[in-house]
Design a protein around this ligand. Structure first.
Ligand SMILES: NC(=O)c1ccc[n+]([C@@H]2O[C@H](COP(=O)([O-])OP(=O)(O)OC[C@H]3O[C@@H](n4cnc5c(N)ncnc54)[C@H](OP(=O)(O)O)[C@@H]3O)[C@@H](O)[C@H]2O)c1
Length: 339
């Protein structure tokens, strides 16, 4: 069975590919990884990761910003699962446009009865964000996710909304470079009191693959997929990953202790500095949501993602930082080889 991934080379997409490859090839026989640049380093790294797998990996050149509905419909047809990961840097308007196009392309396939060999419409697995329909507004970015999801529902497209909290890759992109260079300050508009839960992109990839596996197994058993038209799965790190900015500084400082100048294990003191809210409306909305505790949650026993992972725990923030300090955490950084 075939899975196509839009956004396959990104922070999360690349881990979805890897987790699908780890399933072993009898269920997922083909992965189509979409990218704007099939010859780029991240695209080649996906190809290399599939070298020793029984799953065939093909790269497809797709630019969500310029492709029209007809060509997208052609690319998305013939797969059992379509995964949609929209790039972090898209504006809310671009996110809505992108989801409209995917919704239109998929519903054209359904209208034409271009269904899968199994007789089912493809399952759309969409990377969304935690709490987008909760009591706190996430601002224009969260609204853009919700608008798209309302559209998928209105068109009766079967889909799963995966809703993670803050990615480890944010830390790696924004905070780690200066800390790695010897810095002692973490800056953000979060403020000293709000707490944010952190989740590994690798774990989001594992949960995505588990959702896909569950669906394909149902199809493989010759049953009509029993997925509801709409399902949401929160993907949240464990309790120890829910940290205020000063708590995060302490964890990071402890992990950097071996770099201290004193005898043996001296902690590097890392302090927090609050910065003003961003001026752009979208990011201002997001940080206001975070400051109000929008991601102040933790994975608990019996969570759906825990069940999907067969009880295997999500990665701890401290373990992740220790991995980074030991120089092993680069797998979270886009563009570096997967293994
Ligand atoms: N960061 C967080 O903490 C967080 C938390 C919750 C939810 N989310 C959601 O997660 C999603 C982002 O996931 P991600 O970080 O994995 O994505 P990403 O790495 O930013 O982007 C995924 C891929 O999209 C392609 N891309 C980049 N810019 C593009 C553009 N302008 N037009 C078309 N394609 C473009 C790139 O592939 P090529 O260059 O190969 O084409 C990129 O590898 C967003 O929807 C965000 O709302 C993020």
């Amino acid at each position: 069975m075939s899975v196509i991934i839009l956004g396959a080379t990104g922070n999360v997409g690349r881990h979805i590919v890897r987790a699908l490859l780890e399933l072993g090839g009898s269920l997922v026989t083909q992965i189509v990884a979409c990218t704007r640049q099939p010859l780029s380093g991240p695209a080649m790294a996906l190809k290399a990761a599939a070298n020793f797998s029984r799953t065939r990996l093909c790269l497809a050149k797709v630019d969500m910003m310029t492709s029209d509905v007809d060509s997208l419909a052609a690319i998305l047809s013939g797969h059992e699962v379509v995964v949609l990961v929209m790039a972090q840097g898209l504006s809310p308007e671009e996110m809505v446009g992108c989801q409209k196009e995917v919704a239109e392309a998929l519903s054209r396939g359904m209208d034409k009865k271009e269904k899968q060999p199994s007789g089912n419409a493809p399952l759309l697995v969409k990377l969304s964000s935690y709490g987008i329909d909760g009591p706190l507004s996430q601002g224009p970015l969260g609204d853009a996710h919700r608008t798209g999801e309302d559209l998928f529902r209105s068109k009766n497209l079967p889909f799963v909304s995966l809703r993670p909290t803050s990615f480890f890759s944010n830390f790696e992109a924004y905070d780690w470079p200066s800390l790695r260079a010897g810095g002692r300050v973490i800056r953000s508009p979060l403020g000293p009191h709000a707490r944010v839960n952190w989740v590994a992109c690798q774990d989001i990839g594992r949960v995505s693959a588990a959702v896909i596996k569950e669906h394909l197994e149902t199809l493989g058993n010759g049953r009509q997929a029993s997925i509801p038209v709409f399902r949401k799965v929160d993907v949240v790190g464990p309790e120890g990953n829910t940290l205020s900015a000063p708590e995060m500084c302490r964890v990071v400082g402890k992990c950097l202790k071996k770099e201290g100048k004193g005898r043996g294990d001296v902690e590097r003191e890392v302090r927090y500095e609050e910065t003003p809210l961003p001026t752009t409306e979208a990011y201002r909305g997001l940080w206001t949501f975070l400051r109000a505790g929008g991601f102040d949650v933790a994975d608990g026993p019996g969570s759906e993602s825990g069940r999907l992972l067969g009880g295997k725990a999500m990665t701890g923030f401290r373990d992740y930082i220790e991995g980074l300090v030991e120089g092993m955490g680069e797998a979270e950084t886009r563009g570096l080889p997967l293994n």
